[in-house]
Write a protein that binds this ligand. Structure first.
Ligand code: ATP
Length: 136
């Protein structure tokens, strides 16, 4: 059986990453999935979280939010609504987004859309975590 698979991460705007990987973890809507070469075909909805993969003995991280993943034995295609590689994340922007979302969540106001604030906080937290992972 092949020891690698092709990983492709795309958004409606751009090709974010393509690489030959030995394993990949995907944030499915109902939790993380670990994929090795030869995995049975499946399609899953993505949540908000981190794609981690191993290529040439190194670990890489990409922040993604929503969309779908198609898993084939030799290829994983991620069709994400938004995705950023760790090195492309603007940490200051993510910190500001995190602060804004936290302020909204703490404000006892009927004007606040809590679902939207919670979702923004989740994206910001993921970006900060992915940027941090990159430093390790
Ligand atoms: P913000 O409030 O800072 O715009 P957001 O979570 O609302 O954050 P999204 O709607 O998820 O932003 O994304 C809009 C676009 O901006 C996407 O192309 C996304 O990849 C990019 N983006 C958002 N935040 C960052 C960041 N911290 N670093 C790099 N790109 C980012």
């Amino acid at each position: 059986m092949a020891e690698t698979l092709q990983l492709e991460i795309v958004t409606p705007e751009r090709l974010v990453e393509t690489d030959t990987v030995s394993e990949v973890q995907i944030p499915g809507k109902n939790g993380y999935l670990g994929i090795l070469p030869g995995h049975a075909p499946l399609i899953t909805e993505l949540g908000v979280g981190e794609i981690s993969y191993r290529a040439d003995g190194m670990q890489y991280h990409v922040a993604v939010a929503w969309g779908f993943a198609e898993v084939l034995p030799d290829k994983v295609t991620i069709l994400a609504e938004v995705a950023e590689r760790a090195q492309d994340i603007d940490v200051e922007r993510a910190r500001k987004a995190q602060q804004r979302a936290e302020q909204r969540l703490h404000a006892a106001s009927t004007d606040v859309d809590y679902g939207r604030a919670l979702s923004a906080l989740e994206r910001a937290n993921t970006r900060l975590q992915v940027a941090e992972e990159n430093k390790k």
